[in-house]
Design a binder for this molecule. Structure first.
Ligand code: G3D
Ligand code: MG
Length: 179
């Protein structure tokens, strides 16, 4: 029975793992979602509500929710937290002015009881821009080293070319397989 079950699992794959993509407006969340999906840059417009897509990495399936980041929508992020295994926080690496806001949103989110078991991936997006901050700088501003209760990782990326995204998916896959 165990063997049969294992075989069926390899045919049908594992269950879906819920991922939410959060971040301030204009960070690149929707561009990243569609780059994961199509490996092409797509034209985006500000997300009202949410976009949801399934992405499979080998046999691991992720259900990814891209949630609007405008101030009026941030208050409703917590309605998406339940059963989330991975939170992707997308940061615009050129937006120095809103780093403090990013830091507050990140730590507020991680304190939420529905995210106690979630891992967090910080994407330092827009690395193609000349004035972008490095992941090390962003890590310091967001005080990532103070996160002890969650597994976390920061990855440099460019949503327009897809650079850094395969490595992100690999990390996500390793996290859900470790559970
Ligand atoms: P959001 O969903 O987080 O609000 P979007 O952000 O995905 O809608 O992207 C916002 C703008 O940033 C878009 O530009 C998009 O093309 C751009 N963008 C996203 N990722 C990158 C990146 O890695 N590098 C650069 N240079 N630009 C990026 P527009 O001009 O359409 O508003
Ligand atoms: Mg969007």
């Amino acid at each position: 029975m165990g063997l049969l079950f294992a075989k069926l699992m390899t045919v049908f794959g594992d269950r879906e793992h819920k991922v939410i993509i959060v971040g301030l407006d204009n960070a690149g969340k929707t561009t990243i979602l569609y780059q994961f999906l199509t490996k092409e840059a797509v034209h985006t417009s500000p997300t009202i509500g949410s976009n949801v897509e399934e992405i499979a990495v080998q046999k691991t399936r992720f259900l990814m929710w891209d949630i609007g980041g405008q101030e009026s929508l941030r208050a409703s992020w917590n309605s998406y937290y339940c059963n989330t295994e991975i939170v992707i926080l997308v940061v615009d690496s050129t937006d120095r002015e809103r780093l403090t806001l990013n830091k507050e949103e990140l730590h507020r989110m991680l304190a939420h009881e529905d995210l106690q078991n979630a891992a967090v991936l910080i994407l330092a997006n827009k690395q193609d821009m000349k004035n972008s901050m490095s992941p090390a700088e962003i890590s310091q501003y967001l005080t990532l080293s103070s996160i002890t209760g969650h597994s976390w990782h920061i990855q440099a990326c460019c949503a327009l070319t897809g650079e850094g995204l395969p490595a992100s998916l690999e990390w996500m896959r390793s996290r859900v397989l470790a559970n």
